[in-house]
Design a protein around this ligand. Structure first.
Ligand code: C2E
Ligand code: CA
Ligand code: CA
Length: 626
């Protein structure tokens, strides 16, 4: 007799475990197919009832606010208004003592074996009996570290949930939670990819096509022009006082100005292209445009920009200059037409004209620039360059993770000149390579001095496009390391994203060789160069530095924050470390910490300082955690 009872008990237990098992495997199948959270919840409830044979299954979501309410979001089985009639909470109050509230509050499965005898079910006893429920189990849903709600299952018989069944159902709940995490991650990836795709072909600030898109479309337009023997015009437009406005008012204002300028650009019916190609430069392509059409268009644009732009009560001068090239007269390919239009634009500024057609051989430099260039050569050979450095810190710990070498020119009569004024000059005069070698040598020498004092901090050196093309670069880097008895961890290199895009394949090869030396590589000014995800994946880089224009605006401008967030996510997906530049306030640093960005560099940590002052600065620096 006793054996028969035991046997029937075992059999009952076995059946129950079996239905929990069916629920588990059917819900796993649902996981693989789900497209959104709602459908995943519904599918789960359906299989629990249909495959598992339970009477009612439902999923609730917990509000994480002071109300601590619990809301059903999906259900299946015999409901008959049951869920609508009950009130649930996960607070430690009588309404929170049921299985669902308890599971959410404690994070553990909660079982009511018999509602007839369990006082915790008192608030719902009558309605429960009326619906034919005798026992309940609730399982918490732990998603991304927080309990988002619970799964609750009702059975018609008492003592329905034995230990094995609880274990299996817990496993099911964990799988469901994992499914939600996967879905959420998938959604975030999708959003990040969309942003990246947009960034790859459009300028984030103005929404206009960027340089990459311009190049592709200009090539296509030239193919048509060639096939049909028609002309084509390229207009290169640059805003006159843009840099002064940025310097005087900051990036936020100059960004607004650019957006307004973009709005004033002409809109066309067919085929014409208006693109933003640099910070303050736009290009307009007119398929079928001859000299007369181009002149008309240039005049129209200049007229619309002649009226100043009103911003924060100021009237900003947004007048521009335009350089024009024509296919086939001024060039046969996109590269030549764009380059010469830019040269013509430069010429227009030098000669005080508003627009000008390209005239061969007019590659003029004003005498002042020429003079300064001559002096720069002397400065590099002589003793006029100064090594400055700016630290970057790990946001979470405040540890200095490295310093960046930033050069200054102490001109005998003009005083300290900022790099923005002479690096472009050095680049166009073929002096950047000797300058880079000066910086490399100075950086290693400084490193040597620091290490003798027990200070081990990597110093990163900026490389220009010309440096990447320099056949001797590797040998020079190796020689410099040998001279100072340095190992590769002493230095790192930073290469601007826009530089890479000039010659993606060549840059990739050169970077691989540098990487083989064992030095760390950073992509600088990331977000301004329009590189594609596919290309980044191929590069042997360690870190990206998000451009300061996005970072310094991120606490005031939502778009910038979205860009920073998706850039951090994308970089992490590629296994890259992220540095944010232009961290001007602690609020920005805190926001970056939340986004998971590792390192910060910017005025709120330190402005660039003479490298010789770094050790003293370090001794006095503290980064107090919140
Ligand atoms: P970069 O490589 O992007 O360097 C960062 C620039 O941002 C530095 O300007 C730095 O002073 C500035 N900066 C740092 N933190 C903040 C901040 O919180 N807010 C703002 N608004 N700005 C911040 P710097 O020293 O004037 O250098 C300008 C550029 O000149 C550098 O930009 C780099 O492209 C170039 N440069 C400087 N030194 C060298 C060098 O040795 N070689 C080469 N090729 N380029 C150099
Ligand atoms: Ca840099
Ligand atoms: Ca930078």
């Amino acid at each position: 007799m006793q054996m028969a009872t035991e046997f029937s008990c075992d059999l009952r237990e076995l059946k129950r475990v079996h239905r929990a098992l069916r629920t588990l495997s059917a819900s796993n199948r649902a996981l693989l197919r789900a497209e959104c959270e709602e459908s995943l919840f519904h599918e789960f409830c359906r299989v629990a009832v249909e495959e598992g044979g339970y009477r009612l299954a439902w999923v609730t979501q917990a509000e994480h606010d002071e109300t601590k309410t619990v809301r059903p979001v999906a259900s299946a089985g015999v409901n008959d208004g049951y869920l609508e009639s009950i009130q649930l909470s996960w607070a430690d109050t009588p309404l929170g003592q049921g299985p669902t509230g308890t599971a959410i509050r404690t994070g553990k499965p909660s079982v009511i074996q018999n509602i007839q005898t369990d006082p915790r079910e008192a608030p719902w006893f009558e309605v429960g009996v009326a619906h034919g429920f005798a026992s309940f189990i609730a399982l918490p849903l732990l998603v991304e570290g927080s309990i988002i709600g619970a799964i609750t299952i009702a059975a018609p018989e008492p003592d329905a949930f034995g230990a094995d069944e609880v274990a299996l159902l817990s496993e099911t709940a964990d799988d469901l939670a994992f499914g939600i995490e996967t879905l959420r991650m998938r959604m975030r990836h999708r959003a990040a990819e969309d942003t990246i795709r947009r960034m790859a072909y459009f300028d984030a600030l103005t929404g206009l096509p960027n340089r990459l898109q311009l190049q592709e479309r200009l090539n296509a337009a030239l193919d048509v022009a060639r096939a049909e023997n028609r002309p084509l015009a390229v207009l290169h437009l640059q805003i006159g006082s843009f840099r002064e406005i940025t310097e005087a008012l900051g990036y936020r204002e100059s960004d607004l100005q650019l957006q307004e300028i973009a709005k004033r650009m002409p809109t066309f019916e067919t085929g014409e292209i208006v693109a933003r190609v640099a910070e303050d430069a736009f290009v307009v392509v007119l398929p079928r445009g001859d000299a007369e059409v181009a002149r008309g268009c240039a005049k129209r644009i200049l007229a619309t920009l002649a009226a100043p732009i009103e911003l924060s009560g100021l009237l900003l001068d947004s007048r521009a200059t335009i350089g024009i090239t024509l296919y086939p007269g001024h060039g046969a390919d996109a590269e030549a037409l764009l380059r010469r239009a830019a040269a013509a634009n430069f010429q227009a500024r030098q000669t005080g004209q508003y627009y000008i057609f390209y005239a061969g051989g007019l590659d003029t430099e004003c005498t002042r620039r020429l003079a300064l260039m001559g002096e720069l050569r002397r400065a590099i050979d002589g003793d006029e360059l100064r090594l400055f450095c700016q630290p970057k810190v790990e946001i979470s710990s405040g540890q200095v993770s490295g310093v960046e070498a930033l050069v200054r020119w102490e001109h005998p009569s003009l005083g300290m000149i900022e790099p923005d004024r002479f690096i472009p000059l050095a680049e166009s005069a073929g002096l950047i390579t000797p300058l880079t070698y000066w910086v490399l040598g100075a950086a290693l020498r400084q490193s040597y001095v620091w290490r003798a004092m027990g200070v081990e901090v990597p110093i990163s050196v900026n490389l220009s496009a010309h440096d990447l093309r320099d056949a001797q670069l590797l040998e020079r880097v190796r020689d410099a390391l040998t001279t100072w008895g340095a190992s590769p961890e002493w230095i790192a290199f930073e290469i601007k994203e826009s530089t890479l895009m000039n010659d993606p394949a060549g840059a990739c090869k050169k970077l691989s060789k540098l990487k083989q030396l064992g030095v760390e590589l950073f992509i600088d000014d990331f977000g301004t160069g329009y590189s594609s995800l596919a290309y980044l994946q191929k590069l042997p880089i360690d870190s990206i530095k998000i451009d300061q224009s996005f970072v310094s605006a991120m606490t005031s401008d939502e778009d910038s924050q979205v860009i920073v967030r998706s850039t951090v996510e994308m970089a992490h997906n590629l296994g890259l470390h992220v540095v944010a530049e232009g961290v001007e306030t602690r609020a920005i640093a805190d926001c970056l910490a939340q986004l998971g960005c590792e390192d910060a560099q910017g005025f709120c940590i330190s402005r660039p300082m003479p490298a010789s002052q770094y050790v003293d600065w370090r001794a006095g620096f503290s980064w107090i955690a919140d």
